[in-house]
Write a new protein. Structure first.
Length: 73
């Protein structure tokens, strides 16, 4: 999987992030991150790899209810 990379604070938040950064920023496993990214429509294919729209994921995690089945499992 490789080393987790943090986004420098001076650059602000990125538009798209890789799966390792999703796992780091939102504290979830790889399978959970892929499932949630697919469910909320944040998953994009760019040059042969998968990236996730950070704003969509952040909005999903900020507004999802605690009883969401995707997060409760």
């Amino acid at each position: 999987m490789g080393r987790l990379k943090m986004t420098p604070a001076v650059m602000g938040e990125p538009d798209y992030i890789r799966i390792e950064q999703v796992m780091y920023k939102f504290g979830c496993s790889e399978n959970r991150a892929r499932d949630i990214g697919l469910r909320c429509g944040a998953q994009r294919y760019v040059d042969g790899y998968v990236s996730y729209n950070y704003e969509i994921l952040k909005k999903y995690f900020d507004t999802c209810p605690l009883q969401d089945p995707a997060l409760a499992e």
